[in-house]
Write a protein that binds this ligand. Structure first.
Ligand code: HEM
Length: 291
C-alpha cells in the first residue's frame, strides 16, 4: 500500500487533514458579513466530499456532479419514468467516470487509496476489475451520501434544540446518542437469500432480496442497550465509520464555537427532507450566521 498523504491508520493525521479542509470553508461562510447561508451546500457537502475525495484520489472538481448523481440514485422512485431516466444517467456517468479515473491512475499512480487498490489488483490479484471499480464507486458515494446527510441533520437538530450551546459544551457525551437519532440509513446494503430462510411463520425464498432494518433492530427492546447497528456489524462493518466520526467532530461543534448565535433562517417545520426510503436527510439547511 502506498504512503498516503494522511494515512488512515493514523487518526491524528486524518484529523489534522480534515481540519485543514474545514478551516477555509468556515472562513468563507461570512465572506459577505452577516448572512443567510445554505450550510448543506457550503459545509456539509464539501467537507466529506473533499476529505473522502482526497483519501481516494478523486479530483475536487468532480464532486458537485458526483453529489448530484448520488442524490439521483438514493432518491430513485420506481413509479416515475423521469426518476428512472435520472438514475440510469447517474449510474452510467459514475461508472464511466470511475473507469476513466482508474485508467488514469493505472498510468500515473498517486499516493491515494485507489492507486493502492490498483496495485493490489495488478500485483496480487487481490480483487477483480469489477470489484475495484465498485469499491471506488461505493466508497465515494457512501461517503457523499451518509456523511453529508448526518452532518446536516445533527446541525439542524442542535439548532432546533433550546439547549444547543449546553449540548455542544457536553459534546462528547451527547454525540453518539445524537448520531444514532439522526442516522441517515434505515437499511443495510441489500443481501440475497442463498437458501430458503424461515423466521417464525415467514419463509424468505432462496434468491429473494433481503433488506435488514437497522432502525428496527436498534429499537428492539430485546437488544437491551447493545451497541447501535447504525454502521452495520461483522465483516461488512462500515469502512467509513472512523472518517465519519472525524468529519462530524470537525464540523458540528466547530460551527457552534465559531457561530454561537447561529439560527435557522426558516421555521423548523419548513425544513424540507428528501423523499427517499433509502436515506433520510435534508435538501437544504438555510441558517443565519453572525460573527
Ligand atoms: C453516517 C455515516 C454512515 C453511516 C450511517 C453508514 C452506514 C453503513 C452501514 C450500515 C454499512 C453496512 C451495511 C451492511 O452491512 O449491509 C456500511 C457499509 C459501508 N460503508 Fe458506511 N456509513 C456511513 C458513512 C460512510 C462513509 C463516509 C464511507 C466512505 C468513506 C462509507 C463507506 C462504506 C462502505 C464502503 C461500506 C461497505 C462495506 C462492506 O460491504 O464491506 N460509509 N455503512
Amino acid at each position: 500500500m502506498p504512503c498516503l498523504r494522511f494515512p488512515i491508520d493514523r487518526p491524528d493525521n486524518l484529523r489534522a487533514a480534515v481540519g485543514r479542509i474545514t478551516d477555509p470553508l468556515f472562513t468563507g461562510l461570512l465572506e459577505n458579513g452577516s448572512a443567510t447561508v445554505d450550510l448543506l451546500e457550503r459545509l456539509c457537502v464539501p467537507v466529506p466530499a473533499l476529505t473522502i475525495g482526497e483519501l481516494l484520489g478523486v479530483p475536487a472538481d468532480l464532486y458537485p456532479d458526483m453529489f448530484d448523481a448520488a442524490t439521483a440514485m438514493f432518491t430513485f422512485d420506481s413509479t416515475s419514468k423521469e426518476s428512472g431516466r435520472r438514475l440510469a444517467e447517474a449510474v452510467g456517468w459514475l461508472t464511466d467516470t470511475f473507469v476513466a479515473l482508474i485508467a488514469s491512475k493505472r498510468a500515473t499512480p498517486g499516493e491515494d487509496l485507489i492507486s493502492g487498490w490498483i496495485r493490489a489488483r495488478d500485483d496480487d490479484d487481490a480483487l477483480t476489475e469489477d470489484e475495484l471499480v465498485s469499491l471506488a464507486f461505493l466508497m465515494m458515494l457512501a461517503g457523499l451520501e451518509n456523511a453529508v446527510l448526518i452532518t446536516a441533520s445533527m446541525i439542524a437538530t442542535l439548532l432546533c434544540s433550546d439547549d444547543a450551546p449546553a449540548t455542544v459544551a457536553a459534546w462528547q457525551a451527547h454525540r453518539s446518542e445524537l448520531m444514532e437519532r439522526v442516522a441517515p440509513s434505515p437499511f443495510s446494503i441489500r443481501r440475497f437469500a442463498v437458501a430458503d430462510l424461515t423466521f417464525g411463520d415467514v419463509t424468505i425464498p432462496q434468491g429473494d432480496t433481503v433488506l435488514l432494518s437497522l432502525i428496527g433492530a436498534d429499537s428492539d427492546p430485546a437488544r437491551n442497550g447493545r451497541r447501535s447497528l447504525m454502521f452495520g456489524r461483522g465483516p461488512h462493518y462500515c469502512l467509513g465509520a472512523q472518517v465519519t466520526n472525524l468529519i462530524i467532530d470537525a464540523v458540528v461543534p466547530e460551527l457552534f464555537v465559531r457561530f454561537p448565535k447561529a439560527r435557522l433562517a426558516i421555521p423548523e417545520a419548513d425544513l424540507v427532507y428528501r423523499e427517499s426510503w433509502r436515506s433520510h436527510g435534508l435538501t437544504s439547511l438555510p441558517v443565519i450566521l453572525t460573527p
